[in-house]
Design a protein around this ligand. Structure first.
Ligand code: FE2
Length: 304
């Protein structure tokens, strides 16, 4: 099976107050609201993706959708056939998308209930449209998901969706790639499925530092960091948004050379979690925020 996902487009998150959360991500985090439709907000970064974060009104927090790109609409149709052939639950058959930028896509449900959108031909963001902010993230660098079925979900993402293993953090985390970025998604062994955090890419380490300073000016303190991770070698700093989700500024993520890269199993010791030795491991409060609460997603759909 070769779906050939090209990159991570966006994540859609549920929250009781999407307007307040959208204001945080625009006014403090550096994204720009490009569209608003009822209780839904769409925010772009500085990169070419039409939007990278969508916020939807719901009583409880949770992942509404995670979207990856395919090459073209023929690849979307091919993916629908291949996924259905493997018994994967297709939530929405290939169709025109009604989110900003349009395009053509399908939605499937992974074994833990996450809605995964695979899309093509989404119009890029308008490059002439700009905004000012002290730091402006380019794109979502990666998302980390908690999983109650570490082996099963790793098998699904590598075997069925075509992700490649970049590294392991012992048998606690697996880092998966679909392009030269060390990881677009990572899974963390946990008691339940939920969102661990979303990482936004800034141009370089200097911008991460300026981002930390900017948030400090708004009274938002880092939850973990700054530091430089072992797996992925990225500079990181984690914060908590007003909805309680953990968001990360990151930069300088390792680029993978397919011809030479060998996955490594990293020890989970403080000096490998932050190679600078500044931050050590995350605090119990940070770990609790990253654990979140159980998110069944659309798991019930799988059972239909
Ligand atoms: Fe991260």
């Amino acid at each position: 099976m070769s779906l050939k996902l090209t990159h991570l487009r966006h994540i859609a998150l549920k929250t009781p107050d999407p307007a307040a959360l959208a204001a945080f991500y625009q006014d403090k985090w550096g994204l720009k609201i490009i569209a608003q439709d009822g209780g839904k907000f769409y925010l772009r970064g500085l990169g070419p993706e039409n939007f990278i974060l969508a916020l939807e009104k719901a009583e409880r927090r949770g992942i509404a959708r995670l979207a990856f790109a395919l090459q073209d609409r023929a690849a979307v149709d091919r993916a629908a056939g291949e996924l259905a052939g493997q018994g994967v639950a297709i939530y929405r058959q290939p169709a025109e998308l009604e989110t900003p930028g349009g395009g053509y896509g399908l939605q499937m449900i992974d074994p833990e209930g996450r809605c995964i959108e695979l899309s093509a031909e989404v119009s890029p963001a308008d490059p002439s449209e700009t905004w000012t902010a002290p730091v402006r993230p380019n794109k979502i660098s990666h998302v980390v998901m908690n999983t109650a079925d570490f082996e099963g979900i790793t098998h699904f993402f590598t075997g069925t969706l075509g992700f490649r293993v970049s590294d392991w953090s012992e048998r606690q985390m697996v880092f998966l790639r679909i392009n030269t970025d060390h990881h677009s998604i990572s899974f963390n062994r946990a008691p339940h499925a939920s969102l661990n955090h979303v990482a936004y890419e800034l141009p370089d380490m200097n911008e991460v530092m300026r981002g930390i300073g900017t948030l400090k000016g708004y009274g938002v303190s880092p939850m973990w960091g700054p530091g430089r991770h072992g797996p992925g070698n990225n500079v990181f700093c984690y914060f908590q948004d007003p909805a309680g989700y953990v968001c990360e500024y990151t930069a300088e993520v390792q680029k993978i050379d397919e011809s030479t890269h060998q996955p490594e199993v990293w020890e989970r010791v403080p000096e490998k979690m932050d190679r600078w030795g500044i931050s050590g491991p995350p605090s119990p409060e940070a770990r609790a925020a990253m654990a979140g609460e159980p998110d069944p997603g659309l798991k019930a759909f799988n059972a239909l």
